[in-house]
Design a protein around this ligand. Structure first.
Ligand code: SAH
Length: 222
């Protein structure tokens, strides 16, 4: 593990983070690595100052450009599912957003590849990761729906925006035995968090729980 050790950053909120971790445990998060990393990662640095007093509430918050930083429970749950279901050395993330999920992964796995279609968000996330000295992350500005074949195949793929249907292109970029965690469903309708596992050329889908994500968008970049 690659935990963040920066003096003076986030120390003041250690107690509130502990409260959040306690809540995550009550909600069923069991993976100790995930809980430890969430206890030490300064989520308030990934949110605008005006909202930073709410950083350790277990809720999604706006990050501008119509997007949100995911709810801590969801970040913990998606990370835990990937870690508990097999190896996670090379991980592809679709939807960098604030970079909080990226930072959690970056402290646990060997290498994270992350794609974002809004350049302003990607730049902010990149700067934050430099502050936190998380250096095992590669960034791509582009349509994550196409994946990142040149860097693949990946042990795991995490999609942090809701895909309307199973993202076949991404599934093809998994190693044999690789897993993808992805919310599937309409933007304003019901969405289900799904774990899709590659077994040779077949894919097994497990439906996990109801979730609410911003949509995975195609087409023009912003
Ligand atoms: N993990 C992020 C979630 C941000 S919300 C966080 O917790 O901060 C989802 C993000 O996915 C948004 O930033 C949105 O711009 C991005 N996104 C949506 N469609 C995308 C696509 N096709 N390619 C790359 N990023 C996309």
């Amino acid at each position: 593990m690659n935990s963040i050790k920066i003096h003076g950053i986030g120390m003041t909120s250690q107690r509130t983070r502990q409260r959040l971790v306690k809540r995550l445990m009550e909600e069923g998060i069991r993976n100790q690595t995930v809980l430890d990393v969430m206890a030490s990662t300064p989520r308030h640095l990934f949110i605008d100052e005006a909202l930073s007093h709410r950083a350790y509430e277990d809720t999604a918050l706006p990050i501008g450009k119509g997007q949100t930083i995911s709810q801590p429970y969801i970040v913990a749950r998606m990370t835990e599912i990937l870690l508990d279901s097999g190896p996670c050395n090379r991980v592809l993330e679709i939807g960098t957003g604030s970079g909080y999920q990226t930072a959690i992964l970056g402290q646990i796995v060997d290498k994270v590849f992350t794609i974002e279609r809004i350049s302003a968000l990607q730049e902010k996330a990149r700067k934050q990761m430099a502050v936190l000295r998380l250096l095992n992350i590669e960034y791509r500005y582009g349509d994550g729906g196409k994946g990142w074949a040149e860097k693949g195949p990946f042990d795991a793929i995490i999609v942090t925006a809701a895909a309307p249907v199973q993202p076949d292109v991404l599934m093809q970029q998994l190693v044999d035995g690789g897993r993808m965690i992805v919310p599937i469903g309409a933007a304003d309708g019901e969405q289900t968090l799904c774990l899709i596992q590659r077994v040779g050329d077949d894919f097994e889908t497990h439906k996990l729980e109801a979730v609410k994500f911003v949509p995975l968008l195609g087409g023009a970049l912003e």
